[in-house]
Design a protein around this ligand. Sequence first.
Ligand code: AMP
Ligand code: MG
Length: 419
Amino acid sequence: MASHLALGPAREQVLERARRLPAETVRLAEARGRTLAGDVFARHHLPPFDNSAMDGFALRSADTAGATASNPVVLTLAGESRAGTPERRALEAGEIAKISTGAALPDGADCVLRVEDAGRPDEAHVEVAYELAPGHDVRPAGDDVRAGERVVAAGAVIGAGEIAMLASVGSGTVECARRPRVAIVTTGDELVEPGGTLEHGQIFDSNSAMLVALVEACGAELVSLDTAVADEQTPAERAIAAALAGDGAPPDVLIACGGVSVGEHDHVKPALAAAGVGEIFWQVAMRPGHPTYFGVREAAGGENATLVFGLPGNPVSAYATFHMFAAPALRALAGGERLPRTVTARLAEPLRKPPGHAQVLRCRLSDDGHGGLLAAPTSGNQRSHAISSLVGVHGLALIPAEVTDLAAGAPVAVELTRA
Ligand code: AMP
Ligand code: MG
């Protein structure tokens, strides 16, 4: 057991082989969840011009010298600058112009008087009851971003905030790594599609739907989903060969789930070998997820290589090993940050485990009341068949192989799950 590949090095073996896919042009409106392939730079200042931070009046600060509540300065109203329709005429000494939030400051003006602070003795004049400094309530050009500055870095996952930034610098399209194409094959004689009826000894196939959700949450594209419901060599071989051939092009990733253990009816490894997949590793010193397999089907004649994950069929093992190996690979193919975000949390209850394998604990995170995080197992039953432990997971706590005893309150690293 201890001689099996450790979790960290196993993950390194995967990441070494997961290189960013070629870039393609994506419309900004469709870029959410995609990964930016190259840095994006501002072509102009942001804001592009000096503009008003408030609804009010644009004026020359020098004209307000000596103004007080008892001795206000009276300025003559001259024009209006609206957002999108700036006042083109320059402001002369003694003049003041109406201005809306975001509208360009007229030439000559250097500050803004808020509408609620303006006295209006009549339609043609505005009273200013205090001195205004240059720049008061003005958002200067380039105050947010300077022309030429990098606004979003290569590798960033595009969310709503990044979309706002990219749109603001005028990017109608962006270059993103192509989405990884993923095929899924689940195997098992006992599996029935949810919605069907169970005979004695059968169970519903929960992994197919779960893996689809996980794949989609990684921003990847599902290209095929097949279930080989006969634990014999031939159906597994057929399903795997078809998934690897793909529809036109081979997938970037194949996830085979179930049948990867040492049982007499575990036909996935030989089926993968028959399809030309070279094994990189099989069996990792981790619980759940010990039988995990990883291999590569090398590219043939200009086609893509396919990374192949053989995940154990226990739903909890499949969930944990997807997060440990397949998710980082999918993120790497998409050109993004490979490893999940990790936080340190204090364990809510003591934990004992044998040495020799890392343990992946499904956890809920909460405030520990002292400015930190508490990681509590999602269910008392953390065994690999306990599907109840998958409900309400915030993250996976990684307990290193050599650890055997942890007291309540001990710090643990928790990898945040995104699905
Ligand atoms: P296997 O990895 O095929 O040896 O399966 C290990 C355990 O996971 C067995 O109890 C299977 O019945 C169960 N299992 C396998 N595939 C699935 C699936 N797609 N959905 C739910 N349970 C599964
Ligand atoms: Mg099976």
